[in-house]
Ligand binder design. Structure first.
Ligand code: NAD
Length: 253
């Protein structure tokens, strides 16, 4: 990779949390980074931090579950930053409820953002990876893929992403493209903060309680996941594909 023509990485849901940490990490690794989130204005902080550190970034607004917006976003990234050959499907939402209370709207919303979104983004970006005979896809699964009370929709989507990842690995491998999934445990972000709020528990107590169940005796931080993304997209990781790594501070959720 020469400094004049850095490879281009797209990180979805990169305005905050795991996505923001990943965008910053990939920029530090030498990629030009498209910081994609629902509203372009919310990407400003991540973009500015990358630029302040001497990196190159482009803020892009798009709903990953909308085919037209995805195509327009990927076209813009290719035109303004270069061919997107690294894709991190990180955008996510939760709409938790017990099965008997779960609405179709909440089921569809979670499926659309995680599954449809990852499908649309990957379909739009794979062309550039295949053309360039090199690419990396990293999908954000979750320990919830193993089953989690109150998350029938989310657990299903996160398990689905593991099948998606393995299929991408099989279809795209011969073009120099790898696909892997990361299944994080408890990571301290707005998403887990919202869960604490919903349960009526102060976030600090929620984090402490979670940490007490985790073998490394702490919850995860966005940078823990960004580090693993950095490994999967690295040049040397070209023989690692179709894998799911549980990053949960221990052997299981
Ligand atoms: N935080 C955790 O403990 C945890 C654990 C396992 C997996 N994950 C997964 O990691 C990913 C990031 O989680 P986080 O904790 O940083 O969440 P977060 O809520 O802090 O950030 C998610 C980002 O995705 C964006 N987003 C949501 N819907 C979108 C859409 N349709 N199009 C584009 N962007 C959209 C949001 O605007 C937000 O900026 C998610 O896929 C999540 O399911 C998180």
């Amino acid at each position: 990779m020469s400094e004049a023509t850095p490879r281009v990485a797209v990180v979805t849901g990169a305005a905050r949390g795991i996505g923001a940490a990943t965008a910053k990490r990939l920029a530090a690794d030498g990629f030009a980074v498209a910081v994609l989130d629902l509203d372009e204005a919310t990407t400003k902080d991540t973009v500015q931090e990358i630029e302040a550190a001497g990196g190159r970034a482009l803020g892009v607004g798009a709903d990953v579950s909308d085919a037209e917006q995805v195509q327009a976003a990927v076209d813009r990234i290719a035109a303004e930053l270069g061919a997107p050959v690294v894709l991190v499907n990180n955008a996510g939402v939760t709409r938790d409820n017990m099965l008997f209370k779960m609405t179709e709207v909440d089921w569809d919303m979670v499926m659309n953002v995680h599954l449809r979104g990852s499908f649309l983004m990957t379909r739009a970006c794979q062309k550039y990876m295949v053309d360039g005979k090199w690419g990396r896809v990293v999908n954000l699964s979750s320990v919830s893929a193993l089953g989690n009370r109150g998350q029938a929709n989310y657990a299903t989507a996160k398990a689905g992403l593991q099948g998606f990842t393995k299929t991408l690995a099989i279809e795209l491998g011969k073009f120099g493209v790898t696909a892997n999934a990361i299944a994080p445990g408890f990571i301290q972000t707005e998403m887990t903060k919202a869960t604490a709020e919903r349960m009526g528990v102060p976030f600090e107590d929620f984090v402490k309680a979670a940490a007490s169940q985790i073998p490394v005796a702490r919850v995860g931080q966005p940078e823990d996941i960004a580090h693993l993304v950095s490994f999967f997209v690295s040049e040397g990781a070209g023989f690692v594909s179709g894998q799911v790594v549980y990053a949960a501070g221990g052997p299981r959720a």
